[in-house]
Ligand binder design. Structure first.
Ligand code: OGA
Ligand code: MN
Length: 304
């Protein structure tokens, strides 16, 4: 699989017409359902550019009925940028892995139940977050493909921190525009499950900009979520008051859009500006198997 991913850098863009992507809006703040593009086929450079433009515009893209494989997902991931290695695998073992399983499935017969440590640690995903906001170079997008989905629960919820930033108003925006925030995986995830010592040691808190600007169209958003621990230079009390206020504003129920998974759905989301969380599901009764990859961001947010 790693060979497949390295190989795509040598493949010239195929010479064909770009597929006509049709995007239907799913929520007034963000999100689109996309038809007319086979993510598993060869993507022309026009297709890839159209995907970047759609990501910048819609923040969350749902592609139903994709005949996905791990190999095709890696090719898609590498087409969108530099694949980001799993911090979980690297932190624990020092090994590099680009694709990981979300859910409780071991194989066709076996699954992990609700009390299994692996299931418990994935419950950390049920806190609102942006993937890898605690890394020096955080994620650009995540790509999640659903293979087996529970009949109840197991949804993924999204909100836009760009729409929420708009709702702040210009006076409040001016007050927060130049602030920096510490993001800390151990701070957030130990609320839910223990973090392995190796993993914790690999992820010191990282300073990020509080307000980010999309490089294509200049629209701004705040960037918080559960990994946001404190505001640089502020007291604990004041830090938590602001971070909690921004998280609450972003995640108001009417502002959420819920991805109710069907097998074959591929979802691409923009970690620079949306928060997401899992809704939870009964792992004792149901199987859930998704595969996830990420594309690394363009650089540290402090350089933006
Ligand atoms: C993720 C994630 C939530 C879910 O894959 O990054 O947070 O619904 N998933 O599984
Ligand atoms: Mn996530």
């Amino acid at each position: 699989m790693i060979n497949a991913f390295l190989g795509v850098f040598d493949v010239p863009a195929t010479m064909r017409e770009a597929d006509a992507m049709e995007i239907e809006s799913v929520h007034e703040d963000f999100g689109g359902r996309v038809r007319g593009l086979d993510l598993t086929g060869p993507l022309s450079s026009d297709d890839v550019e159209a995907l970047h433009v759609a990501i910048d515009e819609f923040s969350v893209l749902v592609f139903p009925e994709q005949d996905m494989t791990d190999e095709a997902q890696m090719v898609l991931t590498a087409a969108l940028g530099e694949p980001e290695e799993s911090h979980v695998v690297f932190g624990r073992t020092g090994e590099i892995a680009y694709i990981g399983t979300i859910g409780n499935v071991i194989d066709d017969e076996n699954k992990r139940d609700d009390a299994h440590p692996h299931t418990l640690s994935q419950k950390g995903n049920n806190l609102w977050h942006s993937d890898s906001s605690f890394r020096r170079i955080p994620s650009y997008v995540s790509i999640l493909h659903g293979y087996e989905v529970p009949p109840e629960g197991g949804h993924t919820e999204f909100v836009s921190q760009r729409a929420a930033y708009q709702r702040l108003g210009t006076e409040k925006q001016a007050q927060i525009n130049d602030l920096h925030v510490l993001h800390d995986y151990v701070f957030s995830r130990t609320k839910v499950a223990p973090v392995h010592d190796n993993h914790a040691a690999s992820l010191p808190p990282i300073e990020q900009r509080l307000v980010r600007t999309n490089p294509r169209h200049g629209r701004q958003n705040f960037y918080v979520g559960s990994h946001a621990r404190s505001i640089i230079g502020w007291s604990g009390v004041d830090s938590r008051q602001l971070i909690d206020e921004l998280n609450e504003l972003a995640t108001e129920p009417a502002r959420r859009w819920v991805q109710q998974w069907q097998p074959g759905d591929t979802v691409i989301w923009d970690n620079r500006c949306v928060l997401h969380r899992g809704s939870g599901y009964d792992a004792d009764r149901f199987r859930r198997r998704m595969r996830q990859t990420r594309v690394r961001g363009a650089g540290p947010t402090l350089d933006e």
